[in-house]
Design a protein around this ligand. Sequence first.
Ligand SMILES: Cc1cc2nc3c(=O)[nH]c(=O)nc-3n(C[C@H](O)[C@H](O)[C@H](O)COP(=O)(O)OP(=O)(O)OC[C@H]3O[C@@H](n4cnc5c(N)ncnc54)[C@H](O)[C@@H]3O)c2cc1C
Length: 291
Amino acid sequence: MVFDAIVVGLGAVGSAALYQLSKQTPNVLGIDQFEPPHSLGSTHSDSRITRQAIGEGIYFVPLALRSYEIWRELEQRTGEQLLTITGGLFVGKENSTLQTHNKPGWLTTTLQAAEQFKIAHQVLDADRLRKRFPQFQFLDDDIGYFEEDAGFLRPEVCVSVQLAQARQNGASVQVNERMLSFESVGTMVRVQTERAVYQTRKLVLTSGPWIAESLRDSPYRNLLKVYRQVQYWFDIQGDYPLYTPDHMPVYILSDRDLYGFPAIGGVAGGLKDSNRTIRADDHAGYRKPNN
Ligand SMILES: Cc1cc2nc3c(=O)[nH]c(=O)nc-3n(C[C@H](O)[C@H](O)[C@H](O)COP(=O)(O)OP(=O)(O)OC[C@H]3O[C@@H](n4cnc5c(N)ncnc54)[C@H](O)[C@@H]3O)c2cc1C
């Protein structure tokens, strides 16, 4: 059988690609070496920040805005809660050129993106930040960009519902099946897995941190290094309701290379922070996530 498209890797990116492709044609196949959602890739865990004014590049904004439509469409169709709006507080220094997510001037670009796309937001100085967000300690020269519709997604549920919807649209999904190699044969692509050989008109490679392995014959594989992101869950000491999603936004403290979430897992869930990226082969100790 010849597929119109094969998607290899069904994490956040591949499950979304397969779902969208399956709306156009049922003749698509998704393949994963494990059974997504699983705990071994980038999409593992219970929360991911999402936002609309993208400081990493204004060209991402239309994609981010479209993703909000898709999450709401999926929620309506499935009854699952995927996107929770908490507001997003992004703090830095005015006109700072420090890098966040490898982008110098990230906060300035975030503001420009919000202005350009009329994304609802407020800009707050340190005094206003302190009054409005007592959960944080601010510096006198901090400025805050507060985006009203930022929030967090449930990444593993997002994967599950998109794969279920893709299947419902007629897509085939093969799990626990690893792609070994692929090659172009005329206008087709031949995909070899542990179990079978498939033919496809288009191949979508969404193998995330395994991408260098997927591209093993490509010179680009050497450009890619996998880093592990370490996360921490802090116990809340003090006024617990202040740290719940009703009262606390998701946040990125851009000049401190720190981002996190309110306590979304109940008292035991604590407050989730992430502030280091380390090479995947650096096995420094870390506290195991509990949500
Ligand atoms: C700790 C952490 C926190 C993050 N926080 C945020 C955040 O707050 N907001 C945000 O927007 N982003 C965040 N990200 C980034 C975001 O989670 C990732 O960009 C996203 O999950 C990437 O998904 P993916 O589909 O590319 O990769 P993955 O989820 O890793 O999926 C790749 C899939 O490919 C499969 N695969 C690989 N090789 C093969 C093969 N040969 N054959 C078959 N299958 C294969 C794997 O099994 C896997 O299922 C965070 C990432 C991490 C790690």
